[in-house]
Design a protein around this ligand. Structure first.
Ligand code: SAM
Length: 326
């Protein structure tokens, strides 16, 4: 088991399989983003080797992310390999859904448990503006394919950005009335000058909740964040699905954070919004022993920052979201 110096058990690893993406969401990366060459990214065997290392230290929950994990070559085989790793109990994926119509079934067959699909609006024109060139129909087909393939419960992530989609929370929340999905509204986190968006464009979870309640009636608390990772979960009376709020900016949940992140270039990052990083891929390629790598991970876990520093104006400068893995 890996514990940090504050007594938090760290057992949840988010692995970014690539920084490449088939969309360019305005809050995630600059429009002219340049992506890493494949040689700088973890190769398939390196992903599996590091997964075994983390599993041996008590990490049991894996989420695959990116960039866009579904554009990674051999994605189905990678999932199969991670699922088969002793000690790994749950493997899920965060995806923009564009390729899910094709991949949902093979991914489910490889043992993927479920997916979180990002969808910030139901309005095709706004979707295009937010993602810079996405087609919402592809995502919708992907969500239905995921559900049909048994990748359940489907969770939908919507980042809410002032001036783009703050009104769209109502239509998204309404989906939960007829669908057994969890729609999760996420406060936008700032990534310095790397995106065009400013801290002032973050919409608070409270503001989103008020907007939804005014349109759809009162929301009843189902679970607070302690039970469902990061989200505070509510529902509309009689609805089939739930509505979650992830208030990373207005009410951070750092005290209960159990996560580490492995970037596609093999860097271990112990807080999404802190620049503290440990390079694991270079020593792995240079022949470091398993024992040395284990000690590096345990040391990084021990020194996991208590929490992010957004409230003090500390915004990460060295990487944007797509290079870390949300
Ligand atoms: N491409 C995949 C996708 O679209 O879901 C996975 C990677 S994406 C970085 C993972 C999650 O991070 C998505 O739900 C995305 O909306 C969220 N995200 C990206 N930038 C963000 C930001 N600045 N603040 C909050 N969430 C963000």
């Amino acid at each position: 088991m890996a514990f940090d110096r504050f007594g938090r058990k760290i057992h949840y690893l988010r692995i970014s399989l690539t920084d490449h993406c088939n969309l360019r969401c305005v809050y995630c990366m600059p429009e002219q983003m340049t992506f890493r060459p494949t040689s700088e990214m973890m190769q398939d065997d390196e992903v599996l080797c590091l997964t075994r290392l983390f599993a041996g230290l008590g990490f049991s929950k894996i989420r695959l992310t990116g960039g866009e994990p579904s554009v990674r070559a051999n994605i189905v085989d990678i999932v199969r390999g991670i699922v088969a790793t002793p000690g790994i109990r749950s493997v899920s994926m965060t995806t923009n859904g564009i390729l899910l119509a094709k991949l949902a079934r093979p991914l489910a067959g490889a043992g993927l448990e479920r997916v979180n699909v990002s969808l910030d609006t139901l309005n095709p024109a706004k979707f295009h503006r937010l993602t810079r060139f996405g087609d919402i129909e592809d995502v919708w087909e992907g969500i239905l394919a995921a559900e049909a393939a048994g990748l359940k419960p489907v969770k939908i992530n919507a980042v809410v950005v002032r001036g783009y989609n703050e009104e769209d929370v109502v239509d998204l929340a309404r989906l939960t009335i007829d669908h057994p999905w969890q729609i999760r509204f996420i406060e936008m986190m700032p990534f310095a000058g790397a995106t065009d968006l400013q801290v002032g464009q973050t919409v608070s979870a409270e503001e989103m909740k008020v907007r939804i309640e005014q349109a759809l009636g009162p929301l009843t608390l189902v679970e607070d964040g302690a039970l469902d990772g990061e989200a505070c979960v509510f529902n509309i009376s009689g609805a089939k699905g739930d509505i979650g709020f992830i208030s990373s900016v207005s009410a951070p949940f750092c005290a209960s954070c159990t996560r580490a992140r492995l970037t596609s270039d093999g860097i271990l990052r112990m807080c999404l919004l802190r620049e503290y990083e440990i390079n694991l891929l270079t020593p792995l390629r240079q022949g470091a022993s398993l024992e040395d790598l284990r000690n590096m991970v345990l040391d990084a876990v021990w020194n996991k920052p208590w929490g992010h520093g957004l409230a003090d104006g500390e915004i990460p400068l060295n990487r944007v979201m797509s290079e870390i893995g949300g």
